[in-house]
Design a protein around this ligand. Structure first.
Ligand SMILES: C[S@@+](CC[C@H](N)C(=O)[O-])C[C@H]1O[C@@H](n2cnc3c(N)ncnc32)[C@H](O)[C@@H]1O
Length: 277
């Protein structure tokens, strides 16, 4: 997978939307990342995905779109446990290759399809899906309003959207701002009420929210522990961290842990539906 070039990083720091997306895709395509966060690239892991599937009442008749599917863990679980057909899209070609391979290994190749795509410009016809899922990625989209409008467009009337994502409830310390923190799903996370307002403005109704703050606190604590192992493996030359600076990663994890204790950082689940009429 291609590393983030200095030009892309600089453009992202200047707020260039395509560069920000490219940075996210490059980081989450790194082979060693699951060593830090697990195969499910979001707080709450597969348990929260299962809970979301239950809350959305997914079933075999559903055609689900998993936006920013990463390496496919959410899509595969939904196909296996709820029997639905799942299409996953992600900005990163590496993620799509891995998701396609993993779905075949898991025996759900015929229930899944994966392709490269941008959440802000979905490559699907209007009304193609009965449900849309997006885990731990909405916060990274430079135009959340555009992404929400796209979710609405590709859903059939009566379709449901389910999002899990980071929340921020006040000003963050400087180390949790900037491109690295944006990619880590922190810098542009919003209060849950703001996410709800974005969905409402896109046309969604019946918005339901849940707090899952314990999930982010646990993930950050796990990452702090696992950073030690990653550091040892990198020192032994077993993994290539590229430009990632472990000192900065440790400092960011410490600051994020404090922000969860202070009630600044949290995790939420949101559900809404496209009105049937
Ligand atoms: C934190 S990971 C979450 C992956 C997956 N949803 C999960 O929970 O396991 C964020 C993912 O969002 C993808 N992504 C970021 N911006 C995107 C965009 N504009 N369109 C599609 N995918 C995007 C990244 O490539 C990355 O794989």
């Amino acid at each position: 997978m291609s590393a983030v070039t200095a030009e892309t990083f600089t453009a992202a720091a200047d707020g260039d939307a395509a560069a920000l997306k490219a940075c996210c895709a490059a980081v989450y395509g790194q082979e060693w990342l699951p060593l830090l966060v697990g195969e499910s690239l979001h707080p709450g892991g597969v348990e929260l995905t299962r809970h979301l599937g239950n809350r959305l009442q997914l079933g075999p008749a559903d055609r689900v779109l998993d936006i920013a599917c990463g390496s496919g863990t959410t899509s595969i679980l939904l196909a296996q446990e709820f029997g639905c057909h799942v299409t996953g899209i992600d900005y990163g070609a590496t993620q799509i290759e891995r998701a396609t391979e993993s779905a075949a290994v898991a025996g759900v190749a015929d229930q899944t399809a994966f392709e490269v795509g941008d959440a802000e410009s979905l490559p699907f016809d209007a009304g193609s899906f009965t449900a849309v899922i997006c885990e731990c990625a909405f916060c990274t989209f430079p135009s959340k309003a555009q992404a929400a409008a796209e979710m609405y467009r590709v859903l059939a009337p009566g379709g449901r959207v389910g999002i899990t994502d980071l929340t921020v409830n006040g000003p963050l310390p400087e180390i949790l701002q900037g491109v690295a923190a944006w990619v880590a799903c922190v810098a542009d996370a919003q209060p849950v009420a703001r996410y709800a307002a974005i969905l409402t403005a896109a046309g969604f109704a019946r918005i339901v929210t849940e707090e899952h703050n314990d999930a982010i606190a646990k993930l950050i604590a796990d990452i702090q522990t696992k950073l030690m192992g990653v550091s040892i493996l990198a020192g032994l030359g077993k993994i290539d961290l590229g430009d990632v600076d472990l000192g900065t990663a440790r400092a960011m994890a410490r600051a994020a842990r404090q922000a969860t204790r202070d009630g600044l950082l949290g995790y939420c689940l949101l559900m809404a539906s496209r009105p049937a009429g």
